[in-house]
Design a protein around this ligand. Structure first.
Ligand code: FAD
Ligand code: 8RB
Length: 455
């Protein structure tokens, strides 16, 4: 299908999904305008401010490949081979994510990634408009209204359809909701986060192991750190909103220092500006957004965080948003009209978004407490053995999510079967020596079909 009229498709938001979607669609010959509320980061410097990094995994990387933007991104990324777990007693342990360096995740700078995608979108023929905040939509007349937050001016644009890549606080979603009930539901996690920074060491090098995602699990809360290519780390402290410790009890820089002295003693000397970082940086809320509908006939559709914001604990928000872009572009190619394309996109992606949202919630518990729990370590040991014994049937859930591209919903369901099997097989055992292999073998063959490798 190609455009139904001479009006463009308008992408709202030139963030991560907006940049990639514009590239994919412009390359396929669609007439694309992108409207972004912020100024052009290539001119003004990135408005997001601090150097913030994201974990890029196979799903996101594959989507970048399909836009020809993968090498530019990987060139400046830092490889993360596994979790470096920092225990309370100060010891550390690297838990590898994959079988070798073909199964790693990448720490990338959000600002640089965004710029790479904007350049790719423009090179593909998309027109980018900055300082244009979507303000209102006339769905009948197919006119979008924008405000410039810098000079207060207003403008309008005609469209064939609106593609909403305007993030968790989507203005397009709000406008769609006025026309039809999208069934919007926000579920707050009850925990928030704060970003801190580990600068380079005196000699200019990384202070701690660069090729890992660092985790300080502390039961009901945790810290993580991801490397930046300028040899700093962005640390994120996750705490509950209530209780002790929480953002209710840890209120200022002094409280934060005391918390780190007690619970993150090995990290404290690495964060010289802990007090300032804590007081200057706002605490961010964490929530999951569920919608019953993602589109208004052939006039508007949502994707990425605008459709399904999730908690961060699987590092899949961007990866999932990028997968959405590839899926939407391919449905637009295949279907005869926009309405059918949007409906097919939603049917494909909504169950998968729900599955990664659920897995992201579960991974918080896994990261903050289960990584040093003995039942869990026993199950993990058996899991690694089963993964070797049945490489095409028993694939750890983390691997299916992070290093494969099978639908998230399939990873979720197979993960459930596998977890049950691990719990049943290790029940009453302290080591894996006594497990009943013949029972396990039979269960695996019966309950886990051979998993094809995606191409
Ligand atoms: P965004 O990237 O948020 O883009 C939305 C864009 O729309 C923005 O440019 C915004 O300015 C613009 N906009 C908003 N409103 C309007 C309007 N009214 N009019 C016009 N434009 C508008 N994901 C991972 O996969 N791995 C990670 O490690 C990871 N780490 C993260 C770390 C942090 C600190 C945060 C906050 C998120 C992280 N995520 C991560 C999640 C990831 O950032 C999001 O899932 C992803 O950015 C979603 O892309 P998007 O394009 O839907 O939204
Ligand atoms: N959003 C990540 C993982 C899984 C790591 C593992 C977890 C920070 C906000 Cl919390 C988190 C992961 O299971 O060992 N991979 O990538 C990224 C994560 O947090 C990112 C940096 C983050 N996202 C609001 C803060």
């Amino acid at each position: 299908m190609k455009s139904e009229s001479d009006k463009p498709l308008i992408i709202v938001g030139a963030g991560l999904a907006g940049g990639l979607l514009a590239t994919l669609l412009a390359k396929r010959g669609w007439d694309i305008d992108v409207y972004e509320k912020r100024s052009d980061p290539r001119v003004a410097g990135y408005e997001g401010g601090r150097s913030i990094n994201l974990a890029l995994a196979e799903r996101g990387l594959h989507a970048l490949r399909s836009a020809g933007a993968d090498t530019a991104v990987i060139d400046r990324a830092v490889m993360m081979r596994g979790r470096m777990v920092h225990f309370s007693d100060g010891t550390q342990q690297l838990q590898r994510y994959g079988k070798d360096d073909s199964e790693v995740i990448w720490s990338v700078s959000r600002g640089e990634l965004n710029i790479t995608l904007l350049n790719a979108a423009e090179a593909a023929g998309a027109r980018l408009h900055f300082n244009r905040r979507l303000d209102a939509v006339d769905f009948d007349g197919r006119v979008a209204k924008f405000a410039d937050d810098h000079d207060g001016s207003l403008s309008e644009a005609d469209f064939t359809a609106l593609l909403g890549a305007d993030g968790a606080g989507s203005a397009l979603r709000m406008a769609m909701n006025k026309r039809i009930d999208l069934g919007e539901r926000f579920e707050l996690l009850g925990h928030s986060y704060k970003e801190l920074e580990i600068p380079p060491a005196q000699d200019g090098d990384f202070c701690i192991e660069p090729n890992a995602l660092h985790i300080w699990p502390r039961g009901n809360y945790m810290c993580i750190a991801l490397p930046n290519d300028e040899k700093t780390f962005t640390v994120t402290l996750f705490l509950p909103n209530e209780g002790d410790p929480s953002f209710a009890t840890v209120q200022n820089g002094g409280d934060a220092c005391a918390l780190f002295e007690r619970d993150f003693a090995d990290a404290l000397p690495l964060i010289p500006r802990l007090q300032q970082d804590f007081e200057r940086n706002p605490a961010g809320l964490l929530a999951t957004l569920y919608l019953d509908r993602w589109h208004v006939d052939g006039r508007a559709v949502l994707l990425g965080d605008a459709a399904h914001a999730m908690v961060p604990f699987h590092g899949q928000g961007m990866n999932c948003a990028f997968e959405d872009c590839v899926a939407l572009a391919s449905h637009l190619d295949r279907e005869d009209d926009l309405s059918a394309a949007f409906a097919a996109f939603e049917t494909e992606r909504r169950p998968n978004a729900a599955a990664i949202q659920a897995m992201a919630l579960e991974n918080y518990l896994e990261m903050r407490s289960r990584v040093d729990d003995s039942d869990y370590l026993l199950q993990r040991e058996l899991e690694l053995q089963l993964a070797q014994r049945y490489p095409d049937r028993f694939v750890p859930r983390y691997t299916m999510v992070t290093f494969r591209r099978l639908p998230y919903a399939v990873a979720f369901e197979r993960g459930r079967v596998q977890r049950q099997l691990l719990v049943d097989a290790t029940r009453g055992h302290d080591t894996i020596d006594g497990v009943d292999w013949s029972w396990i073998d039979a269960e695996v063959r019966e309950r886990l079909t051979v998993l094809e490798v995606e191409h």
